[in-house]
Design a protein around this ligand. Structure first.
Ligand code: WT7
Length: 649
């Protein structure tokens, strides 16, 4: 791996606004320092006290067991996430409090109180049981952003089934891979959902996927899009028909703290997506506490995270963390630009949203659309803003602060990963000054550092690899079915620490500045994609001999995908083939992985040992001079050809 240097020089800083601080749960640097110290000096005492704020059927015997790289939290304890998200909230007097205010893209609405959500979840839980789903069985969820997505996840958690949510934008092939890896017994899907003003079909993709999935016994179909679908007798059932006769009482199953809660697939530097496995007790404790302090929740807040439940953000900060805190949240089905680019701002004003948490790529897109859109609406209900998923460039941060936050709202820039389960590095909104472009400080219990590959901690200001030096409660437990890959990926690059895969530096006040991935993972609009996955999708097309995929900086998406492709035999690149390959990748993975640019080349630049020189391709894709050492390049002529204009399609 090449050396990591940071070029960002950013000196602006903002104090927590006095109006915010006055009412914040934590408001002094001393509060943070004291709790942070305690969380590291006495993790068992610290996390034990937090865990006890939720309900346990049976107390744990030991808070923490660590045998690198495998960790257990709350050993011997029994609890249930669905119980803590629902029953416990009802017991605490929130039965009539709204849990979810949902709005469909066409403008239709539904609301659920905590009591109603408990009843709906119980009905589906009973239905699943009736279909033979029990503890440890896997259920795939492939739904649009409708309330049933949340209900399905909680229904699984209630009976101890392990959910695997597959983002509704993934193709049938990607769905089939994930269903097969987890050996899912049931799929919960919908006919279709609304996106950009029309219905996109989901059920036909499930039908296609199931041609190569043997484990699936039942498909439950929510009616949403009203599009025509085929129902296969004996296999496919309508959700509304199934739950009609189900009881709305279903006692939550006591789960061991280390019983699996969910698998969520994410991209790594090799071709096959990894099934990140999260378990019960630690995950619930950590997501609960992060929401409580990072979003500084109050009982009268209206929280909105417009992400999708198909990503970890949706798992931890739409479903589990917020509900564990008894929050009222807004949930929205569609895109931010329908019917106009002010859809979100119109909704913020109409509902009175107080906390808004979304991705930098969206903020850059809003910025591009123009500030006249947010300016049309009264955004004064907002008191806290957040970002997640990728580094935010200081200009987008400043725009968010000024135009959306009215210079009155703290911004929490939260660094974390599918693997970390919850937010790891952030400022606390009532405590810390914010610095545009810096995620801030480690959250409680997070022992973060910047190291070189030998494990030496770097001095303040020097770049290196972001690592976590000890386990935290919501850490992934393994890569599903592949402990070796788990160990190799996360605990071997640098001895005895968790290797995050990001470059970072820490400044002299202990703030982390995240510099992006150091592996072959690209971040397109906050979505993480392995270049190897896109390469294998391209190579599966008969015209393609070899492919190399790299990221190129993009103003709105963060990174855009550029593919370098060599063709079979005497085929020549053309506009038609370009379109065909883009469509092929969409079919293989989904539209999020579609290359923005495909360059047809005679050959790819390789080292003498045959490795594709991605660094060089990244330079070429970005239109930069080749940087660094190219002396190992096997055939220098290849690069000259690639640099010549006209090599693109
Ligand atoms: C990768 C993880 C975290 C949920 C959504 C993405 C990047 C994430 C930040 C941030 C800079 C960030 C990292 C990380 N990332 N948040 N605040 N600042 N980079 O989860 O798909 O697992 O991706 O997203 O590169 O490794 P994910």
């Amino acid at each position: 791996m090449a050396s990591i240097e940071s070029v960002m020089q950013e000196g602006r800083r903002f104090r927590p606004p006095e109006s915010f601080r006055a009412r914040a749960k934590l408001k002094d640097a001393a509060d943070y320092e004291r709790l942070y110290r305690q969380s590291l000096d006495d993790p068992e005492g610290f996390w034990g006290a937090v865990a006890n704020e939720l309900h346990w059927f049976k107390p744990w015997e030991r808070v923490l067991e660590w045998e690198e790289p495998f960790v257990k939290w709350f050993v011997g304890g029994q609890t249930n996430l669905s119980y803590n998200c629902l029953d416990l909230q009802v017991e605490r007097g929130r039965g009539d409090k709204k849990a979810i205010l949902w709005e469909g893209e066409p403008g239709d609405t539904r609301t659920y109180t905590y009591r109603e959500l408990l009843a709906e979840v119980s009905k589906l839980a009973n239905t699943l049981k009736g279909l033979g789903v029990g503890k440890g069985d896997k259920v795939a969820i492939y739904l649009p952003m409708i309330p049933q997505a949340v209900i399905a996840m909680l229904a699984c958690a209630r009976i101890g089934a392990v959910h695997s949510v597959v983002f509704g934008g993934f193709s049938s092939a990607a769905l089939a891979d994930r269903v097969n890896d987890a050996r899912a017994k049931v799929i919960i899907t919908a006919d279709g959902g609304y996106r950009r003003g029309s219905v996109f079909a989901l059920k036909p993709l499930v039908d296609e996927a199931l041609e190569r999935c043997e484990s699936v016994e039942h498909v439950i179909v929510v009616r949403r899009g009203e599009n025509d679908v085929q129902m296969q007798p004996g296999r496919d059932r309508w959700y509304h028909e199934l739950i009609e006769s189900a009881s709305d009482v279903c006692p939550a199953e006591p789960m061991d703290a280390e019983d699996p809660l969910f698998i969520l697939y994410t991209s790594g530097s090799t071709g096959k997506p990894k099934g990140v496995l999260h378990t019960t007790g630690g995950y619930q404790t950590y997501t609960y506490l992060t929401v409580k302090y990072i979003f500084d929740l109050r009982d009268d807040d209206l929280y909105w995270c417009p992400a999708d439940v198909g990503w970890i953000t949706g798992h931890s900060y739409i479903v589990y963390g917020p509900l564990l805190n008894g929050v009222t949240q807004l949930m929205y089905e569609g895109v931010p630009t329908h019917p106009a680019p002010d859809r979100h701002w119109e909704m913020v004003a109409r509902y009175g949203v107080t906390i808004y948490y979304y991705a930098p790529t969206a903020i850059r897109a809003f910025m591009k659309a123009g500030e006249e859109y947010p300016k049309k609406h009264d955004l004064s209900s907002l008191r806290l803003l957040g970002t997640v998923g990728e580094p935010i460039n200081p200009e987008a941060w400043m725009w968010y602060h000024r135009v959306i936050g009215g210079e009155r709202c703290p911004i929490v820039d939260t660094w974390w990963q599918t693997e970390t389960g919850g937010i790891m590095i952030t400022t606390l909104p009532g405590v810390h000054d914010t610095k545009p472009g810096s995620a801030g400080k480690p959250f409680f219990g997070v022992d973060a550092a910047v190291m070189d590959l030998e494990g030496n901690e770097q001095e303040a200001g020097s770049g290196g690899y972001l690592v976590i030096k000890r386990p935290w409660p919501s850490m992934l437990r393994t890569v599903y079915g592949d402990d070796d890959r788990y160990r190799a990926q996360y605990w071997s690059e640098i001895p005895h620490v968790y290797f995050a895969g990001d470059g970072a530096r820490r400044d002299d006040e202990g703030y982390f500045w995240i510099m992006g991935r150091v592996d072959d993972v690209v971040n397109v609009s906050g979505h993480r994609l392995g270049t190897a996955e896109i390469e294998s999708a391209l190579v599966s097309h008969p015209a393609v001999a070899e492919a190399a995929v790299v990221g190129r900086p993009d103003e709105v998406k963060g990174q855009a995908i550029v593919a370098f492709v060599t063709l079979e035999g005497k085929r020549e690149g053309s506009e038609a083939l370009y379109q065909e390959l883009r469509a092929h990748v969409t079919k293989e993975i989904g539209a999020i992985a579609r290359p923005d640019d495909i360059r047809f080349a005679d050959a790819l630049p390789k080292t003498r040992s045959g490795k594709i020189m991605r660094r060089l391709l990244r330079n070429i894709a970005a239109g930069e001079e080749a940087s660094g050492d190219i002396s190992t390049l096997e055939d220098k002529g290849v690069v000259e050809k690639l640099l010549r204009p006209g090599v693109s399609r």
